[in-house]
Design a protein around this ligand. Sequence first.
Ligand code: C2E
Ligand code: CA
Ligand code: CA
Ligand code: CA
Length: 279
Amino acid sequence: SKRSGKGQLSFYDESMNDLSRRKLFLEQELRRALQNHELQVHYQPILEAGTNRVKSFEALVRWYHKSEGWIGPDEFIPVAETTGLIHQVGSFVLNECFATLASWKDGGAEAIRMSINISVKQLQGNALPHLIKDRLAYYRLLPQEIELEVTESVIMENFEKVCFTLDLLRDLGVYLSIDDFGTGYSSMSTLNRLPFHTIKIDRSFIADVFYDKKSRAILRSMIQLSNEMNLTTIAEGVESEEQYRILKEEGVHEVQGYYFTKPVPANEIEAVWLTGNLS
Ligand code: C2E
Ligand code: CA
Ligand code: CA
Ligand code: CA
């Protein structure tokens, strides 16, 4: 309030300005980065629990800025979403992933899929289904080689708007997965209405599964529910051998996390991770 004095008011004003200045800076720089091809995609393997066989790769966008260094997607994706640049970022990522998967298949890699993060802004209207259909044909990929990850909370907040697009995507034959599952309070009946194939259990549920019996009970019930609904379960954020052991005991299907590897550039995937999937 005004009573808190002039100094304090101007303090808040300045900090607001810093925030909007940063956003404006990011917007301008992102626009430039898109034109100058400064974005990259890194890939993190998703492995079959138990066999460690590579099932999929999650594509994670990366931005190396010449003076700022790495800028994380957690910071620039929200800016891309509010400025509409998400469509350009999204189609860059899509093209990059499809081209990469096609080249891995050309090199003889078999039975792998690519998991791509999709923003809710891309799920309004039918532009994304059209783009994906077009890109599948262009790169000669099968729809079941593509999995789209959508964050649970975001689906729930935009339920009516996104249902239609999700159904179109499912009709194309691509897989859909619910990202950060357990953080978005979806009910069973809502889940049942949505055309999902996979559930990615949020890493907050994996973090203390080794120390905390309640966490383990929650994990167990999530896996049980998913199994009853014929959904594939992926545990993300696996960081230790103990976590991995428990996840295997609880029957999770696939695992992903720093315990196996951080997201890495495509050439490192080729050198280290694709060898077991070559025909
Ligand atoms: P997400 O989809 O939940 O991705 C998982 C995040 O956890 C990634 O962070 C990944 O690097 C990180 N991670 C992987 N394994 C571990 C682990 O064992 N421990 C911990 N602590 N973290 C781990 P990243 O790459 O910074 O991405 C952050 C978020 O940005 C993603 O969360 C996703 O929501 C968004 N994002 C990333 N790439 C894209 C994209 O191409 N498009 C869109 N729309 N969003 C993206
Ligand atoms: Ca994801
Ligand atoms: Ca996630
Ligand atoms: Ca996330």
